[in-house]
Write a protein that binds this ligand. Structure first.
Ligand code: TYM
Length: 334
């Protein structure tokens, strides 16, 4: 079993990232044997698909490393690094460009969403983004990839690329990874629109809870979250057609490790005037210690760089044999 996952170091970690992915990274790390490390990385090579100033990008990588550690990633047990420090990612991505098909990439919904109407003006990097993601995963022979629902299609593409490469060259270079997607929190929605995903790119700060929000900001965002005038039902099935209510109940359930049905049973008949303060309290209490650890760490550039250097050295060593086998399968001598 090899666990691996990544996050783009663009902007703050938000509640969707935390409940959809990072919380599971920490759980999987804590359940693994001491000597079978998990790999978690900052997808800074992916982040060049968004324009950033040089200094901002440098800052973002360190801050996202601090945020992951604050959430519970232990850099002594897990391998924590950024892609740019491990050139094998870019190298394997290029090799896989010979295997991935334009038709496959044309089907990627994330490209369509991010490119919007201006597809001709989108960067090539945005288009081949999923091939780099496949390289990230296949380099380490990852078997379990904990992600939110939005990454499922990229994982399926990774399996297709791995299968085609192995078949075309008659080798067993790549293992086929399985996505590991949480049941209740696979898709945390915007606080302003229950039909849109909570996302870093939403222009409204009120749409998401960031891990850097203080207690008052969290409480205010929950208070102002869009809801409806109906009371909560007895069972979660009756939340159908009420996307905002469903999202808030889902967040409460995930945060308290309960089921949506048990949350409904507890608040049945009550309106959001009663439910929202309870949800805010759960969020404030859970996120406060994470924020405090983050604030203590985020400006310690020396310590953060040392952690990323150490992680990258381990990652390079684990990636090297698979990269060498991929070059060899292609008959590329180096
Ligand atoms: P990114 O940076 O957009 O998001 C990081 C993780 O957070 C999850 N996530 C969510 N989960 C539930 N609800 C939401 N609203 C929500 N928003 C984000 C994402 O599913 C993801 O798991 N392409 C990836 C980064 C990546 C990667 C990889 C992941 C690069 N290489 C290899 C896994 C394996 C991305 O942009 O995630």
């Amino acid at each position: 079993m090899r666990v691996l996952s990544g996050i783009q170091p663009t902007g703050n970690l938000h509640l969707g990232n935390y409940l959809g992915a990072i919380r599971n990274w920490v759980k999987m790390q804590d359940e693994m044997d001491a000597d079978s490390a998990c790999f978690f990385f900052l997808a800074d090579l992916h982040s060049i698909t968004v324009h950033e100033e040089r200094e901002t990008r440098i800052r973002n990588v360190r801050e996202m490393a601090a945020a992951l550690i604050a959430c519970g990633i232990d850099a002594d047990r897990s391998v924590l690094f950024n892609q740019a420090r491990v050139p094998a990612h870019a190298e394997l991505a290029w090799l896989l460009n010979g295997t991935a098909r334009i038709g496959w990439l044309n089907r990627m919904t994330q490209f369509k969403d991010k490119a919007g109407k201006n597809r001709e003006g989108a960067s090539i990097g945005l288009f081949v983004y999923p091939v780099l993601q496949a390289a990230d995963i296949l380099l380490y022979q990852a078997t379990h990839v904990p992600v939110g629902e939005d990454q499922k299609q990229h994982l399926e593409l990774t399996r297709d690329i791995a299968t085609k490469f192995n078949t075309d060259f008659g080798v067993e270079v790549f293992a086929l990874p399985e996505p590991y997607i949480p049941k209740e929190s696979a898709r945390i929605m915007s606080l302003r629109d229950g039909t849109a995903k909570m996302s870093k790119s939403d222009p409204s700060e009120m749409s998401r809870i960031s891990l850097t929000d203080d207690d008052d900001a969290i409480a205010q965002k929950v208070r102002k979250a869009k809801t409806d005038p109906e009371p909560l039902p007895e069972v979660a099935a009756d939340l159908a057609g009420r996307p905002e209510a469903l999202n808030l109940v889902g967040i409460y359930a995930t945060m308290t490790e309960a089921t949506p049905d048990s949350v409904c049973a507890r608040f049945a008949g009550q309106g959001f005037g009663a439910f929202k303060p309870a949800l805010a309290e759960v969020l404030v209490e859970t996120l406060r210690p994470i924020r405090q650890r983050f604030v203590a760490l985020k400006d310690d550039d020396v310590a953060l760089d040392a952690i990323l250097d150490k992680g990258a050295a381990k990652a390079r060593a684990v990636a090297a044999p698979t990269l060498a086998r991929a070059y060899d399968a292609l008959g590329l001598m180096r």
